[in-house]
Design a protein around this ligand. Structure first.
Ligand SMILES: Nc1ncnc2c1ncn2[C@@H]1O[C@H](COP(=O)(O)OP(=O)(O)O)[C@@H](O)[C@H]1O
Ligand SMILES: [Mg+2]
Length: 280
């Protein structure tokens, strides 16, 4: 359990779990909430998990909380405390456009792909880390700002050559799935690589050699334009791997767990006096 006083977040805006009203469940441990006394103010609350396979929210708070990293990276708006002043989660601004899995009618723009690669350049070259979990569910669209926004940094890690190569493969697979809605090829690739080499590798050779990608999503340009943009970006990035300086993100592992059941029904009427924030 990380007591607030033992974390670097002592001076940060904070809200109590007991002050939050759950409006919707976006994923396990990830809820759309509002503050009990602020009718129109919504945010996304993400709670710590005891399951290390789900990544580390302490690391995520640390990465996102230090500063506004980038216009395509949501900063932490506040940390969430339990009644004992232990840090149990974080709040981010709600992006109503949702992720790329949720809204299949949206027309995907080349501009958003350019924003994605530019954000990855920023993370790799300036921060020395990889996102580590790129897929359609980690890419939100802020329609008001006309901007692609990255979420879920719980698996961010240092940008070693191997981790960068995996990130490049993930981004290519993500684009392939966005365009084609073919989610089976990735699973096939994993199984084939395991059968052949004994490892699960998301090498992109199988999709790169396809003569064309059938477009089953609405796009604002030809699918081949998106594909060749990505190919060019990858080529440039593979040639400049040596200019990345890897930096291990601080894990901050000792976080209080707030299990799914505890989060389902928040209680109200907190008597503790933590500094709170109002989110707009
Ligand atoms: N700020 C946000 N605005 C809108 N949707 C969000 C936001 N943060 C997360 N989500 C949604 O919640 C889902 C789960 O959040 P995520 O951070 O990926 O959690 P997990 O680590 O459990 O995968 C995302 O795939 C996205 O659809
Ligand atoms: Mg996720």
């Amino acid at each position: 359990m990380a007591h607030l006083a033992e974390t670097p977040f002592v001076d940060w805006p904070a809200v109590r779990y007991a002050e939050l009203i759950k409006l919707d469940r976006l994923a396990p441990r990830v809820h759309l909430v509002k503050l009990a006394d602020a009718s129109e103010t919504r945010m996304v609350a993400k709670y710590a998990s005891g399951d290390s396979a789900k990544g580390n929210i302490g690391k995520e708070i640390n990465i996102l909380g230090r500063q506004q990293l980038h216009p395509s990276i949501l900063p932490v708006e506040c940390i969430i405390l339990d009644d004992n002043n232990c840090v149990i989660g974080m709040g981010t601004k709600f992006v109503p456009g949702g992720d790329l899995l949720r809204n299949k009618d949206r027309v995907f723009k080349l501009k958003w792909l350019q924003q994605l690669t530019e954000t990855l350049d920023f993370l790799h070259f300036k921060q020395g880390i990889v996102h580590g979990d790129l897929h359609l569910g980690s890419l939100l669209i802020d329609e008001a700002a006309d901007r692609l926004v990255l979420c879920d940094f719980s698996r961010a890690r240092e940008a070693t050559e191997m981790n960068l190569m995996e990130e490049f493969w993930s981004v290519m697979w993500t684009l392939y799935e966005l365009v084609t809605l073919d989610f089976e090829a990735e699973e096939e690739q994993l199984q084939k690589s395991y059968a052949k080499y004994g490892i699960y590798s998301l090498d992109t050779e199988s999709i790169e050699k396809l003569p064309s990608w059938p477009a089953r999503t609405k796009l604002d340009c030809d699918a081949e334009i998106l594909r060749s943009y990505m190919r060019e970006w990858l080529k440039r990035r593979v040639e400049t791997l040596q200019f990345v300086e890897p930096r291990e993100p601080d894990p901050m592992t000792s976080f209080s767990r707030h299990g799914e059941h505890q989060c389902e029904e928040p209680t109200h009427g907190c008597q503790w006096g933590a500094k709170t924030t109002r989110l707009n």
